[in-house]
Design a protein around this ligand. Structure first.
Ligand SMILES: O=C(O)c1cc(=O)[nH]c(=O)n1[C@@H]1O[C@H](COP(=O)(O)O)[C@@H](O)[C@H]1O
Length: 233
């Protein structure tokens, strides 16, 4: 299965299905807040029924009991990956895993990954707005270690931190990296970006790509070009 997860950040069903119909094979997609808040879990079930793998990106962040019950419900959707914010702390993360176990379909729970620091966050914003006056990479690694100790399967981080996270948490600990841009693309709202080539070099397990594919003149060709880099072809 693909190492490239395509972020389906579209506002209409028409755009989603026109996009997916370009592919003759199942791919890995990310369904986030935009689609879920517009169309509910129905769209998750529909895309799953088409055979695609699903990362359901709802970034949970609440008190432990609320996250546990929410994760129990998400597990019942039988998606492949769900996520939360590591900033919720270890008790919340452990509760999330308990909830996923309770809702697991046929004994198999979705993988759970934790957002360390959003790829749209810069060192400056983290210090000035979040009042975390430490090196951003150090913070990301510390959150990754906490996520691992809490039983998570991996983290969402930028490409720039993936290698250090594997060194600190082991090669099996998943690094899922958004903030991917082709050399000619604009950064948009992202701050910590890298190309697919650098993601491959840094050992990222899965990359998340939205606009570089969905807004490309030829989304299918761009997807295959990125996938070839990630597969080392
Ligand atoms: O959890 C995520 O997927 C995520 C975490 C993060 O730190 N940064 C980030 O960009 N994302 C998501 O990854 C996608 C990136 O989209 P593009 O910037 O268009 O490639 C968006 O759907 C974001 O919601």
């Amino acid at each position: 299965m693909s190492k490239t997860i395509v972020a389906l950040d579209f506002s209409t069903r028409k755009e989603v299905y026109e996009f997916l119909l370009k592919f003759n094979e199942p791919i890995y997609v990310k369904i986030g807040m935009e689609l879920t808040y517009s169309f509910g879990f129905e769209i998750v079930r529909e895309i799953k029924a088409m055979g695609h793998k699903i990362f359901l990106d709802l970034k949970l962040h609440d008190i432990p009991n609320t996250v546990k019950q929410a994760m129990k419900n998400l597990a019942k959707l039988d998606v492949d990956i769900v996520n939360l914010h590591c900033a919720g702390g270890s008790t919340m993360m452990k509760a999330a895993i308990e909830g996923l176990h309770e809702g697991a379909v046929n004994g198999k729970r979705p993988l759970c990954i934790g957002v360390t620091q959003l790829t749209s966050t810069s060192q400056e914003a983290m210090e000035k707005e979040l009042l975390i006056e430490r090196d951003l990479k150090e913070v990301v690694i510390a959150y990754a270690k906490l996520a691992k100790e809490s039983g998570l399967d991996g983290v969402v981080c930028s490409v720039l931190e993936a290698k250090a996270i594997h060194e600190a948490c082991g090669e099996d600990f998943l690094t899922v990296t958004p903030g991917i841009r082709l050399a000619t693309d604009s950064k948009d709202d992202q701050k910590r970006v890298a190309t697919p080539e650098v993601a491959k070099e840094e050992g990222c397990d899965l990359i998340v790509v939205g606009r570089s594919i969905t807004k490309s003149a030829d989304p299918l060709a761009t997807y295959h070009q990125i996938e070839a880099v990630m597969e080392g072809k």
